[in-house]
Design a protein around this ligand. Structure first.
Ligand code: MGD
Ligand code: MGD
Ligand code: SF4
Ligand code: MO
Length: 772
């Protein structure tokens, strides 16, 4: 019998491409962007050879003294519910935590927030965005008052100049790079990246006008100050836009800082130019880049090269340039967000951070808590007024006891890995993933198998704010549940246990008239979780379900849509019409608030920007960078290397010619695309100057060491990396190289708490032949 053609989404990276599975199981691109190697590889592998190549979790499992024990769903859900109730009663509300991957559906993100924050009263609920995209949101909040990005991919087509700050789209967002960036042949492209990346190679081969600025790590804010100063000196900034749309005090302060500080091209060039590069060469390239800001329509994109180094200040320094030139809200002008993971944008909108409530409301504001409680239908006191932990501090928390992990691989991708792995031994970990991953199984206590991307239904909000629907294309071959179902079943099981313990339990204690204080709530918790209401809990997580017991996306979406009303990121289209489920499901989905935000409505002279609430129209603020963000990392003068970890360039070419070897089928921990893609051993890349200094050559082994730990790997000598820097991918290899033994969880962004993973200092110690 002929199989029907099926349509779904690729939900690895934040582009979220549309995919058609044709009869015979060929995978084709449906949308305008095509699919990349990872996307195609995933579907081909899962649809044609399952379950041979990819190890799946096939049943709920419990750790027992004899190893893993396979158990029924019913039993596993009981165990998870009991674990919450027991730890909560003994250790308090914030002994419970949740950490989730950026590829979860919007439905599961919403339901998890409601459960952990709205009912269990813990703010220890954060997500992978806190390692990845949070600082993009943080930068937007500093400058505009809200996190929403304002441009779309199409802006690449209309731009006259495109700047990539710490972003390597040729391998990391390949469909957007091919279909938008490279199609705009006339735009001049500028890549700001210490490394010569694939993106740099492709663009420099394409046009002699394209520019690579191989600045020292940590230079971006300084660089942007130099560009801004140039625009001031040339009187090439938009006086009218700044006067109309920017807070006057911040404008005065920013202009003064630029004029009085050491930000001229001559001041800045020597500080950002890596050893071995001629300062005149850098000067010439920088001046050409400044001229582009002066004359052309500019689109910028930043990614984790900024988010994980100079953080939200770095993003804000780019947005400052858009404010200064008025390059916002028009075709070909603005900052385009390319999210790392498919639903990272939903995590930001849903306030995934220990400081935030959904729609970016703040935990510490009583009015915000009351508003969220109203939406969730719980008494305001139930939302804990104490912020949760930064994800980077999970490892040192005395309070945390039970941690839910939805996907994500914290046994590999977390900073300070040694400390964190030790902490995981103490935690009661409920781990939810589709794949068998021995690294995490070492730490997990309860394992719940969830549906894969091609078995789940769900809503995704991509980097350009497009809401789309992922259709399941196959049923799971065994009883796997979606994340949303797992959360709802645990919540309802808790309600059941509470009801059994006390059938007379009143629907809610402490109504608004008798609002209890924090201490009183904790007393109720200690008395047997009697702060919880069985009735409210059961009602809140009883969504209509399909024939297999899966909560219906449409029902959850209706709740999210209604809740979003009045917030700046309320889910309306460009005409202000609420986006209903059928529209998300059809065609290429719907972009919330239209193709562009911050476009003046006709005849409307009001400020363009909104705060948390849509009605709160305000001017933007130039962000004044704190002094510590203006110092390139190599200026610390401690003789060590700056260790950059990222994607691509995994192992040395076997030819010994030092060419890069990428495996573009790898995505982060690369569980879904299969272990057979993993290289044998990853290499650390260093510049020939440093190799001479250390007397090492390609193939030599070195130890990378700092105050966090040490790892060993082979060297690749390459001009791709500037002197003073070392590059090592964080993708897995079979040898078990783990760069996160060297990263620190102490260096976090003050605005978002995101760890600054790419700001890592290491010493490189050659291993003598005798110890090889
Ligand atoms: N093929 C593939 N695609 C992916 C992924 C994958 O694993 N594989 N992962 C996805 C995810 S989760 C993400 S977050 C994105 C990330 O996409 P990218 O941001 O492109 O990823 P990275 O390679 O981590 O870092 C980008 C660049 O930042 C540079 N950099 C380091 N320090 C600095 C600095 O101080 N300043 C500047 N200007 N640049 C610096 C690095 O040299 C690196 O080339 O990719 C997504 N897409
Ligand atoms: N040193 C260093 N460390 C880094 C980075 C770096 O550049 N350098 N980058 C950081 C960044 S940007 C990121 S995004 C992280 C990536 O870190 P992770 O979030 O750990 O990365 P992934 O491998 O994408 O996801 C891990 C697991 O999530 C599962 N998963 C996917 N979708 C779902 C779902 O819907 N539900 C459930 N329950 N599970 C699911 C997958 O099967 C996979 O096993 O690493 C961070 N760590
Ligand atoms: S991984 Fe990203 S670029 Fe590749 S097909 Fe999937 S969504 Fe598109
Ligand atoms: Mo990411």
């Amino acid at each position: 019998m002929d199989e029907p053609t099926k349509q779904t989404l690729c939900t690895f990276c934040g582009v979220v491409d549309q995919v058609t599975i044709t009869p015979g199981r060929r995978v084709k691109a449906t949308g305008s962007l095509g699919v990349c190697v990872k996307g195609a590889h995933y579907f081909q592998k899962h649809l044609s050879s399952r379950p041979r190549d990819v190890a799946r979790l096939t049943s709920p499992m419990l750790r027992s003294p004899y190893g893993w024990e396979r158990v029924s769903w019913d039993y596993a859900i009981d165990m998870a519910a009991d674990s919450i109730l027991a730890d909560r009663q003994e250790f308090g509300r914030d002994s419970i935590g949740c950490y989730g991957v950026g590829q979860m559906t919007m439905e599961s993100l919403w339901v998890a927030k409601k459960f952990f924050q709205g009912h269990l009263g813990t703010n220890n609920i954060c997500s992978n965005a806190e390692q990845c995209l949070a600082n993009n949101a943080g930068g937007h909040e500093l400058v505009f008052g809200n996190e929403g990005p304002f441009s779309c991919y199409d802006d690449y087509r209309h731009a006259e100049a495109i700047f990539f700050y710490g972003h390597n789209p040729a391998i990391n967002h390949p469909t957007v790079f091919q279909r938008y960036v490279r199609q705009n042949k006339s735009a001049v492209k500028v890549v700001i990246d210490p490394r010569r990346t694939d993106t740099v190679d492709v663009l420099l081969a394409e046009s002699p006008h394209n520019i690579h600025l191989p600045v020292r790590s940590g230079s971006d804010v300084l660089l942007n100050c130099a560009i801004a100063r140039y625009l001031l000196d040339e009187d090439a900034w938009d006086h009218d836009f700044v006067a109309a749309q920017v807070e006057p005090a911040s404008a005065a302060e920013f202009l003064r800082l630029l004029r009085e500080g050491p930000y001229s091209i001559d001041d800045v060039v020597p500080r950002i130019t890596p050893a071995g590069m001629l300062a005149d060469d850098m000067r010439d390239r920088l001046l050409r880049a400044c001229e582009l800001w002066k004359r052309e329509r500019v689109v910028t994109t930043s990614s984790v090269g900024i988010n994980q180094t100079v953080g939200s200040t770095g993003v804000a320094s780019i947005l400052n340039l858009h404010l200064l030139t008025g390059d916002i809200g028009a075709p070909g002008r603005g900052h385009v967000r390319l999210a790392g993971q498919s639903n990272a944008s939903s995590e930001l909108a849903m306030g995934y951070s220990g400081r935030l409530l959904p729609f970016r409301m703040r935990i510490t504001e009583a009015g915000h808590r009351a508003e969220m409680a109203r939406i969730w239908g719980v008494p305001a006191w139930r939302i804990n007024p104490t912020p949760g932990l930064p994800v980077a501090s999970f490892a040192t928390s005395e309070r945390l006891r039970t941690l839910f992990i939805f996907g994500t691989n914290p046994a590999r991708n977390f900073p300070d890995l040694a400390r964190w792995r030790e902490k995981m031994m103490d935690l009661n970990i409920v781990y939810v993933d589709s794949y068998y991953n021995p690294e995490i199984l070492e730490y997990a206590d309860i394992v719940l198998p969830c549906r894969t991307k091609h078995e789940t239904a769900g809503i995704f909000l991509n980097g350009e704010r497009r809401l789309q629907f992922m259709e399941p294309v196959e049923e799971p071959p065994f009883d796997a549940w979606s994340d949303v179902r797992i959360i709802c079943e645990i919540a309802r099981r808790i309600a059941l246990h509470l009801g059994e313990a006390d059938p007379t339990l009143s629907p809610e204690r402490g109504t608004s008239a008798t609002s209890p204080g924090e201490a009183e709530v904790e007393e109720w918790v200690a008395k047997g979780n009697v702060d919880l209401s069985a009735r409210t809990l059961d009602a809140a997580f009883s969504y209509p379900v399909d024939g297999q017991g899966e909560p219906l996306s449409e029902a959850v979406w209706q709740e999210i849509l209604a809740a979003s009303r009045g917030f700046y990121n309320e889910f309306v289209d460009g005409d202000g019409v609420p986006i209903d489920f059928d529209r998300i499901r059809s065609g290429e989905g719907v972009q919330w608030q239209g193709r562009r935000r911050y476009v003046a409505e006709s005849g409307d002279n009001r400020p363009l920007f909104s705060g948390v609430f849509r009605a709160d129209r305000r001017r933007a603020t130039f962000h004044i960078p704190p002094p510590e963000r203006l110092i390139p990392f190599t200026e610390r003068g401690d003789g060590g290397f700056v260790l950059i970890t990222g994607r691509g360039a995994m192992s040395s070419g076997s030819s010994g010619k030092g060419q890069r070897r990428n495996n573009t089928a790898m995505f982060n921990s690369s569980t879904a695309t299969g272990v057979e893609n993993w290289p044998e051993r990853n290499s650390v890349y260093i510049n020939p100057r440093d190799a001479r200094r250390l007397s090492v050559a390609t193939g030599s082994r070195v130890t990378l060491r700092n105050d966090r730990g040490e790892i060993t790997c082979p060297v690749e000598v390459s001009d791709d990396v500037p002197a003073g820097h070392a590059y090592l991918t964080f993708h897995p290899d079979r040898a078990g190289t783990h760069p996160n033994f060297l990263t620190s969880s102490d260096k976090i962004d003050p605005q978002t708490w995101q760890p600054l993973l790419k700001d890592t200092r290491v010493d490189l110690i050659p291993i003598s032949d005798a110890t090889k």
